[in-house]
Write a protein that binds this ligand. Structure first.
Ligand SMILES: NC(=O)c1ccc[n+]([C@@H]2O[C@H](COP(=O)([O-])OP(=O)(O)OC[C@H]3O[C@@H](n4cnc5c(N)ncnc54)[C@H](O)[C@@H]3O)[C@@H](O)[C@H]2O)c1
Length: 321
C-alpha cells in the first residue's frame, strides 16, 4: 500500500537514520534522500545508513532536496504515501556565520519538497522544526500556541519560515501535516558538534570543556528513541494540521549535563569558562500535551540517556581502533 511507502529526507543524518531503521522495522518501504553535505563528515553519514542499506525495502538516493524534479520523481516512482522532511542545515551558531546557506537549504529546500508533493499529489508530511522557534520570549514550558514571531538566530527564522510554508500548502492543497518542534535530540549518532557528543569526546580525551556562560542555561534534552516513538505514533494518527512539541518536558542545566557526562565516563570534567553565545536560548522546556494526545510517550530520564550515549561512544571508539 502506498501509505506504508515513505520518503525520509536527511536520511543519513542523526535523526533520519534512526527513523529509517524504525520504519523498516515496522515493515515499511523507505526511500532515503540525502546529499551527504559537509556540515560534518560524510563518512559518518554513510556509516549511519549502513545497516538500512542491507534491507531490500530501503533505497538510498544521493541528491539535493532543492532539486524539485528529483524529489517529484522519487515520490512518483516510489509510490510514496508519507514524507518525513528532515533534511536541513542544522545548528544555531553556524547559521549566524552562514545565513544565506541556511535560507537556501531550509527555506527553498522545504518549498521544493512541498512543490514536489503538490505535483505528485502526495498528501502527508511530517516536518522537522525546532524548539529554537520559541526564541527567548516564551515562558517555559513552551506551548505550541505561544507567539513565535521573534526568532533570535537565522536558523530559527528559517525553521519558522518552513512551518509557514507548510501551513500554506496544507491550506491550499489539503495535505495532512505535523510540524514537529524537536527539543535538543541526543543519543547514539548525535551530530559530533552537539554539546553532549562534543563534551563526551573532550572529557574522554582529558581536555578542557569550553563552557559558554555560567552553566545555568538549560535545555529540554530528548532521547532519540523517544523522538522516534513520537514520530511513528504521530504518523499513524495524523489527520489535519498539527504543531507538536517533542521534548521530555524536563529541564537540565549545562552544568548538570556536564556533571552527568563526567559521572558516566568516570572522569572529573575540566571546564574553561567563556562568554555566553549569541543566538542561544537561555532555557527550553516543552509542554507535550498536544503530542501526547497523538500517542507520544517519552520515557528516558536524562541521566539514563547519557549513560546509553556514553556506552555507544565507547563502543564506537573500540570499533575504530
Ligand atoms: N538534533 C536536534 O537536536 C534537532 C533539534 C531541532 C530540530 N532538528 C532538525 O531535525 C532535522 C534533523 O537533524 P539532525 O540532528 O539529524 O541533523 P543532521 O545534520 O544529522 O541531518 C540532516 C541531514 O540532512 C542532509 N542534508 C542537508 N542539506 C541537504 C540537502 N540540500 N539535500 C539533501 N539532504 C541534505 C545532511 O547531509 C544530513 O545528513 C533537521 O531538520 C534539524 O534542523 C534537530
Amino acid at each position: 500500500m502506498a501509505e506504508s511507502n515513505y520518503l525520509v529526507t536527511g536520511a543519513a543524518g542523526f535523526i533520519g537514520s534512526h527513523l529509517v531503521e524504525a520504519l523498516l522495522a515496522r515493515g515499511g518501504r523507505v526511500v532515503g534522500l540525502d546529499n551527504l553535505d559537509d556540515f560534518y563528515a560524510p563518512a559518518i553519514k554513510r556509516r549511519n545508513v549502513e545497516s538500512a542499506i542491507a534491507s531490500d525495502r530501503f533505497r538510498m538516493v544521493e541528491g539535493d532536496i532543492r532539486d524539485t524534479a528529483l524529489v517529484e520523481d522519487i515520490l512518483r516512482s516510489g509510490r510514496i504515501g508519507t514524507v518525513f522532511h528532515l533534511a536541513a542545515r542544522a545548528g544555531v551558531r553556524p547559521s549566524v556565520e552562514n545565513p544565506f546557506l541556511y535560507q537556501s537549504v531550509n527555506v527553498e529546500g522545504t518549498l521544493s519538497v512541498l512543490e514536489a508533493m503538490r505535483k505528485a499529489e502526495v498528501k502527508r508530511l511530517l516536518f522537522a522544526s525546532s524548539s529554537s522557534v520559541y526564541g527567548d520570549s516564551s515562558n517555559p514550558p513552551f506551548r505550541e500556541t505561544d507567539m513565535v514571531d521573534s526568532p533570535i538566530s537565522p536558523y530559527a527564522a528559517t525553521k519558522k519560515a518552513g512551518e509557514m510554508l507548510c501551513h500554506a500548502y496544507h491550506h491550499l492543497h489539503g495535505m495532512d501535516m505535523a510540524i514537529l518542534r524537536f527539543f535538543t535530540a541526543y543519543g547514539p549518532r548525535q551530530r559530533p558538534e552537539m554539546a553532549i557528543h562534543k563534551f563526551t569526546r573532550i572529557i574522554a580525551d582529558g581536555g578542557e570543556i569550553p563552557m559558554f556562560g555560567d552553566g545555568s542555561t538549560a535545555r529540554d534534552y530528548t532521547y532519540i528513541e523517544d523522538i522516534i516513538q513520537g514520530m511513528l505514533s504521530i504518523e499513524s494518527n495524523l489527520h489535519g494540521y498539527h504543531i507538536l512539541n517533542l521534548g521530555e518536558s524536563d529541564t537540565t542545566t549545562l552544568s548538570e549535563m556536564i556533571g552527568m557526562i563526567g559521572a558516566a565516563l568516570g572522569r572529573e570534567p575540566r571546564i574553561r569558562r567563556l562568554p555566553a553565545q549569541q543566538g542561544d536560548a537561555t532555557i527550553t522546556r516543552a509542554d507535550i500535551t498536544a503530542a501526547r494526545a497523538l500517542g507520544y510517550r517519552p520515557s528516558t530520564p536524562i541521566a539514563e540517556g547519557i549513560r546509553k550515549f556514553v556506552a555507544w561512544y565507547h563502543a564506537q571508539q573500540v570499533e575504530a581502533n
